[in-house]
Design a protein around this ligand. Structure first.
Ligand code: UN1
Length: 506
């Protein structure tokens, strides 16, 4: 840990450590470069980025079509091997990636280590799944004199648009799935975190993915809109806000060309229901972890806690006590529990929300913040009714509502009424309560008597439905299929004289 800390300090102290730009054959990029500032200290530039010019989007698709023609014909094993190699390279370069996650994304050391682990797991998991799914064409049952086989192939140039809160794991999760399914990829990282994406793409190139098969287009909404609108787009994976996903959906719907899939993972007003039988110490621990870890900047994070009123006062005291113990500050220090929020805009949004809450609700706890960088302290807000929270507030703010034992049905209704369905926590020792709640809600990931963040790849496939996304779960067995095109080949084997070579097409 000491050596990691020294490494992080040395990277944070240097400017222009990483000079990122578009990774597209023939790309020009914009004229100007911009500094990428550290969320923990706005006077520090972690590096510079030259964003893609809008004209580079078309260049990427033109190159990508050529790359796709070769890549999609390669045996799945060759593509899967590139993912495994990327995982190895990430492990070899772990310290550097960790330093960048800390400096550019404000990740604490624990979060940074977990994120690298997750990125490695995504690559290995999708490699392994692809071998199973896309290996041999599956023979389908059918009449004699006919052979039917189901093949999976890439869809073309797939776009991956990813968020700043998991700039390595979600970025590479999308990209590795799209690649191993046989697509060429145009990736647009979040404008706040282009450097780590740049490093990740370079590792993938080093692992054997050709330059015209994986391309990076750093930039903002303009670049994203041009990608979604491009006529050669084969499909799009997006993780970010519900509003942006809806806007991408409209762009795709307005196209006159091919109809392509959207894989969207968005937000939630995630709830935890705690009844009077719950184990208090466990609840306090899980609430603080779920609401404040990663400065609440996870789409899985707890936003609204429903406490049965009999235990609410005691529970809140414990939660507040635990929140007071959190160390807020420089993410590069091993003692830090909660780092900064990503940028000024997020900080101002959170401050605005608390100012609004002060108008009718009770702000029960407000932590203290360091005066450098974009820090926003954990807050606890008591709501008079759940409807007082009308939107996802992406940061370390825990909202609390009390409920009466007879009103479990109303709690369920309120949660359903949000229209979101990403994560749900339940703390109870009554099996019937757990059953009732779980069955009544469509939430994608339900966590019982534990915290509700940190879904593990291959163990807890992650994603929601409704306003939380299209529901194709990342890190699960069905994810890769969404990136691939199914082709069924039916051969009249009698007419072809039982020609064995025809039966092996594809
Ligand atoms: C996100 O925050 O955008 O389960 C999704 C978790 C993470 C969530 C990632 N895998 O906490």
């Amino acid at each position: 840990r000491q050596s990691l800390q020294a490494l992080i300090a040395s990277l944070a102290g240097q400017t222009t450590q990483v000079e990122a730009g578009p990774l597209v054959p023939g790309a020009s990029g914009q004229m100007e470069t911009q500094p990428v500032l550290s969320p923990a200290d706005r006077s520090r530039a972690v590096g510079t980025v030259r964003n893609a010019a809008v004209a580079d989007v078309d260049r990427a698709f033109v190159a990508g079509r050529k790359g796709f023609a070769r890549w999609s014909k390669m045996p799945v094993e060759a593509r899967a091997a590139c993912l495994d190699k990327t995982a190895d390279l990430m492990e070899e370069n772990r310290d550097r990636l960790l330093a960048l996650l800390s400096a550019e994304a404000g990740k604490t050391l624990d979060d940074g280590i977990a994120e690298i682990r997750e990125a490695v797991d995504f690559c290995r998991y999708y490699a392994q799944q692809a071998r199973k799914l896309f290996g041999e064409a599956e023979a389908m049952p059918g009449p004699t004199g006919e052979s039917n086989r189901l093949l999976w192939r890439g869809r073309g140039v797939f776009a991956c648009i990813s968020p700043w809160n998991f700039p390595l794991a979600i970025f590479l999760g999308q990209v590795s799935a799209a690649l191993v399914a046989g697509n060429a990829v145009v990736a647009k990282p979040a404008p706040q975190t282009p450097l780590i994406a740049f490093e990740a793409v370079k590792l993938m190139h080093q692992a054997g993915v050709p330059a015209d098969v994986l391309m990076l287009l750093p930039g903002g909404a303009e670049v994203g809109a041009a990608i979604a609108a491009h006529p050669a787009l084969g499909g799009l994976a997006f993780t970010g806000s519900t509003g942006t996903a809806q806007s991408i959906n409209r762009t795709l719907a307005a196209k006159t060309g091919p109809i392509v899939p959207l894989i969207a993972e968005t937000g939630g007003i995630n709830a935890m229901i705690v009844d009077a039988t719950a184990l208090a110490e466990q609840v306090a621990d899980d609430v603080v972890m779920s609401a404040f870890r990663s400065a609440g900047q996870r789409c899985s994070a707890l936003r609204i806690l429903y406490l049965q009123e009999d235990i609410a006062d005691g529970m809140l005291e414990m939660i507040e006590g635990a929140a007071r113990e959190l160390n807020l500050g420089d993410p590069a220090l091993t003692t830090t529990d909660v780092g900064p929020v990503i940028d000024e805009k997020q900080k101002a949004m959170l401050e605005g929300h608390i100012a609004d809450m002060r108008k009718g609700q009770k702000v029960r706890y407000a932590g203290t913040v360091p005066n450098t960088g974009n820090f926003f302290a954990p807050h606890i807000v008591e709501l008079d009714k759940p409807e007082a929270l009308t939107k996802e507030v992406f940061g370390p703010i825990l909202h609390v509502v009390r409920w009466k034992a007879k009103d479990l049905g109303k709690v369920i209704e309120s949660i359903n009424a949000t229209g979101y369905g990403l994560t749900l926590g339940v703390h109870s020792r009554i099996e019937q309560t757990i059953r009732t709640v779980t069955e009544a809600l469509d939430t994608g990931n339900v966590y019982i008597n534990r915290n509700m963040i940190g879904a593990v790849v291959g163990t807890q496939p992650f994603g929601g439905s409704g306003m939380s996304g299209t529901g194709f779960k990342a890190g699960g067995p069905a994810y890769l299929m969404r990136f691939a095109l199914e082709q069924v080949i039916s051969v009249n084997t009698a007419a072809a004289g039982g020609n064995a070579s025809l039966m092996a097409i594809g």
